[in-house]
Design a protein around this ligand. Structure first.
Ligand SMILES: [Fe+2]
Length: 358
């Protein structure tokens, strides 16, 4: 979705019911015809626990965490003025619909008597078009773009307050927060990378590799890579999670493409030899350009090639001194040092489940 994304963020073990003693009652004014809501700040201990569970790139962002009880599920269309994004964890949902709109944003002072709240204002939906909506279930967690006009509409009479645990971001946009939960790549700091490289080299006849080769690790090598497995285990990746290990040897840059995949999106690249200066580069398509899938060889999963003219680089990650866990469905290439032969071990995972251990 363009303005909301469902995520798996665990709130297990965090007491989301506990309210801070300094309860801050507020919400819509009585008499305005709108539901009364009550918000509470969470205790510092819970605040820290929640921060620790955010992706690393969001931990230093300016956030406010609050617990919200709403006596009615509905909130008219509005935009937020201070925060740019919110993570809503639905402690209790009432099958209400959250709707997003596009169009001309105009303040609508007829909806409420106090449409000059410093945090949000109600907007005129007659000038807007509904573009998307979702119905959250109890226990769901969603990221919302609070700068886009949105409303919450009840779909049935309620018997219990709607309850939300909310993380408001004041200096991170919706796109940044969504990207932080779906990173293109994460560096895996192995304790002893040189030893792993040495072990892999000892298991492959690397001197015979020339030009571009893409070969599966033999089953014997798979079993013998003891150091590799003990290191991967630290990141929650075990033998049973691995689909295939490929030895990739090449001199030139890898063409720009994205993979299609029937199973896991995630792969781990481990530098083995000559990877100094090598970068994994991610791209975004220009003007939404699409690519026709190509089969590399019969039976292999198709990939989408892109011309350099149709994409722009958006992120680079060097991986000669660490391994990289990355999402192969992003448009990418590997840029090496001219004339330098490099060998990489590519670990293709069976599913993306182990990623949550990171
Ligand atoms: Fe809102």
């Amino acid at each position: 979705m363009k303005y909301a994304t469902k995520i798996n963020m665990s709130f297990d073990g965090i007491d989301v019911q506990k309210r801070a003693r300094l309860a801050l009652a507020q919400g819509f004014q009585k008499g305005s015809g709108l539901p009364v809501s009550h918000e509470y700040r969470v205790h510092l201990k819970e605040l820290q626990e929640i921060k620790d569970r955010l992706p690393p790139s969001l931990r230093n962002k300016q956030i406010i965490v609050r617990k919200l009880y709403i006596h009615d599920a509905g909130i008219p269309a509005h935009i937020h003025l201070r925060d740019m994004c919110v993570i809503n964890h639905h402690v209790h949902a009432n099958q209400e619909e959250t709707i997003f709109y596009e169009g001309e944003v105009q303040r609508d002072n007829d909806v409420v008597t106090d449409n000059d709240d410093p945090f949000y204002f109600m907007v005129n939906t007659r000038l807007l078009t509904e573009v998307e909506k979702y119905t959250a279930k109890t226990g769901d967690t969603w990221i919302l773009d609070t700068v886009a006009p949105h409303a919450v509409i009840p779909t049935k009479p309620i018997s219990q307050d709607r309850e939300l645990l909310q993380i408001y971001f004041y200096d991170a946009t919706y796109e940044e927060v969504v990207r932080a939960f779906n990173p293109r790549a994460i560096a895996l700091r192995f304790e002893n990378l040189p030893k792993i490289s040495e072990e892999i080299l000892s298991l492959i006849p690397h001197q015979s590799y020339d030009g571009f080769t893409f070969e599966p690790f033999s089953p014997e090598s798979f079993e013998s890579a003891v150091t590799l497995w003990s290191e991967l285990k630290r990141f929650g990746v075990e033998k049973q999670h691995v689909d295939k290990l490929w030895i990739v040897s090449m001199v030139d840059d890898l063409m720009i493409h994205r993979d299609t995949t029937s199973a896991a999106r995630m792969a781990i690249n481990i530098p083995v030899l000559g990877c100094e200066g090598t970068e994994l580069v991610f791209y975004e398509p220009r003007n939404g350009v699409e690519s026709t899938p190509v089969e590399y060889y019969p039976g292999a999963e198709a990939y989408h090639p892109y011309s350099i003219r149709d994409v722009k680089p958006v992120e680079r990650i060097s991986y000669f001194n660490h391994a990289v866990l990355w999402d192969v469905t992003n448009i990418h290439s590997v840029i090496g040092v001219e004339g330098q032969k490099r060998i990489t071990l590519s670990v293709r995972l069976k599913n993306d489940d182990c990623v949550k251990h990171l």
